[in-house]
Design a binder for this molecule. Structure first.
Ligand SMILES: CC(C)=CCC/C(C)=C/CC/C(C)=C/CC/C(C)=C/CC/C(C)=C/CC/C(C)=C/CC/C(C)=C/COP(=O)(O)OP(=O)(O)O
Ligand SMILES: O=P(O)(O)OC[C@@H](O)CO
Ligand SMILES: [Mg+2]
Length: 230
């Protein structure tokens, strides 16, 4: 079982983006709590296997965020299965999941699989475009998706996904506070974190922050987002 409830910071590595051994070592030895492997486009099983093998040189937990059934590979500590709660293209709500469950059948290690309810908020992100996410949402809309995830779907994680852009820290914090008053759902925040102060601000409104693109744009800056342990 992964100890994700205690994670404060995770790096998300995209199998479709190059990273050198030296850079990967800095990421894995940065003090981050875990690595998520995920991306929307260009994710193949070969690329996932190659990246997983390299991450396995280090002791930290590694989770696959499943984006395509063709790129599911064994050997991860855990699997996060996204449910895009605000997808308006019905093709994306449960069809890929149905196809994967039909194909893998009894081979699925369900104890190692968690469903993550996503609320996608950057209209220009790859995931928003793919799933036609309805991103013009009010605070009340976002909280309603969180409540739906926690009370109706009973999923363990709710992910505020601003992929590629920094969200509104106040809105994120208010959503967090509203949900924590009535549920113990674990809140991930991801999107646009490129500095230590972004990380600090978003940690006021999330259990775990996810840092992705800046790894590939400015690794030194990315390393600054890892909270200092006291
Ligand atoms: C044998 C074995 C090991 C079995 C375990 C397999 C397993 C986990 C089985 C479970 C079965 C199951 C239900 C699988 C689901 C399959 C599936 C294809 C689901 C679809 C998920 C989905 C809705 C994908 C849409 C895209 C999405 C949400 C991707 C997540 C990644 C994400 C949000 C990326 C962020 O965007 P990014 O790409 O970074 O954006 P930029 O490019 O703009 O940076
Ligand atoms: O790539 P960035 O913008 O850091 O976002 C992280 C993560 O939420 C993407 O799924
Ligand atoms: Mg990305």
């Amino acid at each position: 079982m992964i100890e994700s409830k205690h994670w404060r910071h995770v790096f998300k590595l995209d199998p479709d983006k190059p990273i050198s051994d030296e850079e990967l070592e800095e990421v894995c030895e940065s003090g981050t709590d875990a690595i998520i492997v995920g991306g929307t486009y260009g994710v193949t099983d070969e690329k996932v296997i190659e990246l997983l093998g390299r991450i396995r040189r280090y002791a930290l937990p590694c989770v696959l965020e499943v984006s395509r059934k063709e790129a599911i590979v064994p050997g991860f500590d855990h699997y996060f299965v996204p449910l895009v709660l605000n997808a308006s293209n019905p093709e994306w709500i449960l069809k890929p999941h149905h196809r994967a469950v039909k194909e893998f059948g009894t081979m699925i290690p369900w104890e190692d699989v968690s469903v993550v309810g996503y609320c996608v908020l950057n209209p220009r992100s790859a995931v928003a475009e793919l799933t036609h996410s309805e991103t013009s949402l009010s605070f009340e809309d976002v909280v309603a998706y969180g409540r739906l995830a926690a009370h109706m779907l009973k999923v363990p994680y709710f992910y505020l996904e601003y992929s590629g852009t920094l969200g509104d820290a106040r809105l994120v914090r208010e959503v967090y506070q509203a949900l924590k008053r009535e549920t113990d759902i674990h809140l991930f925040y991801g999107g646009g974190i490129t500095t230590g102060s972004h990380a600090e601000a978003m940690l006021n409104g999330a259990d775990t922050i996810v840092v992705g693109n800046v790894i590939y744009e400015d690794l030194k800056q990315a390393l600054q987002t890892v909270p200092q342990r006291k």
